[in-house]
Design a protein. Structure first.
Length: 342
C-alpha cells in the first residue's frame, strides 16, 4: 500500500454533530443516556441511543436530494462534509476527483421497514416515493449529487469491520489513480428491527446510530499528522476458526505496541490484546453499538488523538459480535524528536 494520509475526519453520533462533541463524550468515559424505542407488536420498548437534532439545521438539508433522504443519509453527509472541510468546493468546481466509499450493515432501515409495512398492509397504496431510500447505495448517491461529483463511488455492505475494508479500498483507488482523494463513511440509523436483532447476539449492547468519516489522500498536507500505516487481512470467524483465534491472527499482523500508543477497540479486554501496554478506548461503551458507524467512530477517535499528540500511534481493532476480525494502524508521519518532546 502506498502512503495514505488522513486529511480530515467527521462524526455524527449520539453525542451530537461533530468531532468535538464526540471527543468530549469519550473523554468523560460515561455511557450516554438511553432512550426507549417502541417495538411493533410488543409492550416492552427497546433501549437505544439516538442522534440528537443538530443545534442549527445544516444548510445541506435544504438540497433537493436531501429533503426526503433517510436519517442515515443526513448523518453520512454531515460527517463527510465535516471531514472534507473547504475541499468540498474543489470537488464542486471539478478541481478534485473524490472517490466515495460508504459502509453499512443495516442500511436505511426506517424507510425500508415503513415501505414493506405499507406493502403488507395495502400493496396498492404503498408509497413508491420512499422506495429509493431502501436501496443501500442511496446515501452515496445523494452525497455525490450534493458535491456534483462524478468520480468513482462504491457502497460496501457488511459487518462493522467493513469500514476498515473501505479504507483499504480507498487506498487502492489512490494508488491506482482512480481518485485524487477519497472519503470513507461508516453509517447506520436507529430502528426497532436492528435494535431487536442486536439483542439476539448481545443482550447487553445498546443499539445506536450516526456516521463517521475519514478523508484520505496520498499526499501530505500542512497540519496532517496522521497516516494510515496498515489495514490487516480480514479473518472470518468460522466453525473451524473461532473468534478468539481470528482476532489473534489479526493482532499478529500489527506491531507489538508500546506504552505511548492507543488501542481503540470494539470490545474491551479482548484476549487478543491482553498484553497491550498502552491506553485503551472502547467508544461503544459510551456511544452504543452502531455497527459500521461504530467502527468509523473508533477510527475518528484514533486519528483525533494522534492529531492532538495524545499518542504516538493508534490501533483500531474490530472484533466482538462481528463476522470478522480486522484492524487498522494509524501513525504520526512526522513524530516529534526527543528535543521537541522535552
Amino acid at each position: 500500500m502506498s502512503r495514505v494520509f488522513v486529511h480530515g475526519q467527521g462524526a455524527v453520533s449520539p453525542a451530537g454533530w461533530g468531532v468535538p462533541v464526540l471527543r468530549a463524550a469519550l473523554e468523560k468515559q460515561r455511557p450516554l443516556p438511553v432512550q426507549s424505542l417502541a417495538r411493533t407488536g410488543w409492550d416492552e420498548p427497546l433501549p437505544v441511543r439516538v442522534v440528537p437534532p443538530p443545534a442549527v439545521r445544516p444548510a445541506f438539508m435544504a438540497h433537493p436530494r436531501m429533503r426526503r433522504a433517510s436519517p442515515m443519509t443526513h448523518y453520512a453527509v454531515g460527517a463527510a462534509l465535516e471531514a472534507l472541510g473547504s475541499d468540498a468546493e474543489l470537488i464542486r468546481s471539478g478541481n478534485l476527483r473524490l472517490g466515495i466509499v460508504t459502509c453499512t450493515l443495516a442500511g436505511g432501515l426506517s424507510y425500508s421497514r415503513r415501505f414493506y409495512q405499507e406493502v403488507l398492509q395495502s400493496p396498492a397504496s404503498a408509497s413508491p416515493m420512499i422506495f429509493p431510500e431502501t436501496v443501500f447505495n442511496s446515501s452515496a448517491s445523494h452525497l455525490a449529487a450534493y458535491l456534483d461529483s462524478s468520480a468513482i463511488n462504491y457502497s460496501l455492505v457488511g459487518d462493522a469491520g467493513t469500514f476498515l475494508q473501505g479504507l483499504a479500498v480507498a487506498a487502492d483507488w489512490l494508488e491506482t489513480d482512480l481518485a485524487e482523494a477519497c472519503v470513507v463513511i461508516g453509517m447506520e440509523e436507529t430502528d426497532w428491527t436492528a435494535a431487536d436483532a442486536l439483542r439476539l447476539f448481545d443482550k447487553r449492547a445498546i443499539h445506536s446510530a450516526g456516521a463517521g468519516a475519514l478523508y484520505l489522500a496520498n499526499r501530505p498536507r500542512a497540519g496532517a499528522l496522521v497516516e494510515l500505516a496498515a489495514v490487516t487481512d480480514s479473518f472470518a470467524a468460522t466453525r473451524t476458526l473461532g473468534r478468539h483465534e481470528a482476532a489473534r491472527r489479526m493482532r499478529a499482523q500489527l506491531p507489538v505496541g508500546a506504552p505511548g500508543e492507543l488501542l481503540c477497540s470494539s470490545e474491551r479486554d479482548h484476549p487478543a490484546w491482553k498484553d497491550w501496554q498502552g491506553r485503551e478506548l472502547t467508544p461503544t461503551e459510551t456511544l452504543g453499538q452502531a455497527f459500521a458507524a461504530a467502527a468509523a467512530w473508533q477510527c475518528v477517535a484514533a486519528c483525533d488523538a494522534l492529531q492532538r499528540s495524545e499518542c504516538a500511534a493508534a490501533n483500531v481493532s474490530i472484533t466482538g459480535a462481528s463476522l470478522q476480525a480486522i484492524a487498522a494502524r494509524f501513525v504520526n508521519p512526522h513524530p516529534p524528536t526527543t528535543q521537541e518532546q522535552t
